[in-house]
Design a protein around this ligand. Structure first.
Ligand code: NAP
Length: 196
């Protein structure tokens, strides 16, 4: 299962897993994305239509997934949105909440929706698409140029990193491996955005 599987990194992940013979469940928030994925891929691709920024997404993911399968090997939490502002006097609390809602709470919702099915896999994994910009040690070492990166994105990814560690600790006895990865700067619509 790959959230945000209709474009950018998510779509490429869907393509690679599908090409390698796996059954894929791209989670998408727009009907058009569901239609285009169904046109692009075979019947081993089952798009799940939901908005992971809303709590209703939990039940929507569970019900659509369970129609096709009874276990899940990998969840890749990839969906995200870029930040806008990088000065404390300009950043809105709404922007801060919106990014936290997707990058951190979106992962909480997806995990809550799928844990029952991950438990039934012989080698389950959760992989969160993080960013170097969420690293407290990189930030404190002065690696990022002053004034260049959004407050909301850095804070949301730092929160997601803590969630990754908490999940890994809680789920290690099952065991479910939970990992954060930084994909590098990529030429997607978010990556091209100067303030990611
Ligand atoms: N690109 C980079 O250089 C870079 C670097 C470091 C980390 N990352 C991280 O890697 C991940 C993917 O980045 P990307 O560059 O591929 O992003 P992208 O091209 O902007 O794609 C973002 C994806 O997330 C989906 N999405 C956003 N909000 C959603 C919601 N509420 N519910 C469901 N899906 C939602 C989008 O769907 P719609 O098409 O419907 O909007 C889209 O499919 C992100 O978490 C990003 O922070 C990227």
């Amino acid at each position: 299962m790959i959230t945000g599987g209709n474009r950018g990194v998510g779509l490429e992940l869907v393509r690679v897993f599908h090409e390698n013979g796996h059954t894929v469940f791209p989670v998408v928030k727009r009907k058009e994305s569901l239609v285009s994925l169904n046109e692009m891929f075979t019947d081993r691709c089952h798009p799940v239509l939901t908005d992971i920024s809303k709590d209703e997404g939990i039940a929507e993911i569970t019900s659509q997934f369970s129609f096709y399968a009874n276990h899940l090997d990998i969840v890749i939490n990839n969906a995200g949105i870029p930040g806008q502002t990088y000065e404390i006097e300009k950043v809105s609390t709404q922007e801060l909440m919106d990014l936290y809602n997707i990058h951190c709470l979106g992962v909480v919702r997806t995990v809550q929706a799928t844990l029952t099915y991950l438990r039934k896999s012989s080698n389950p994994r959760i992989i969160n698409l993080s960013s170097r910009l969420g690293s407290l040690s990189k930030m404190s070492s002065g690696e990022f140029a002053k004034g260049k990166f959004s407050y909301s994105y850095r804070i949301a990814k730092a929160a997601q990193n803590m969630l990754t560690l908490c999940l890994n600790q809680e789920l290690e006895d099952i065991p479910i491996s939970v990992t954060a990865i930084h994909p590098g700067k990529l030429q997607t619509s978010s990556g091209a955005y100067v303030l990611i």
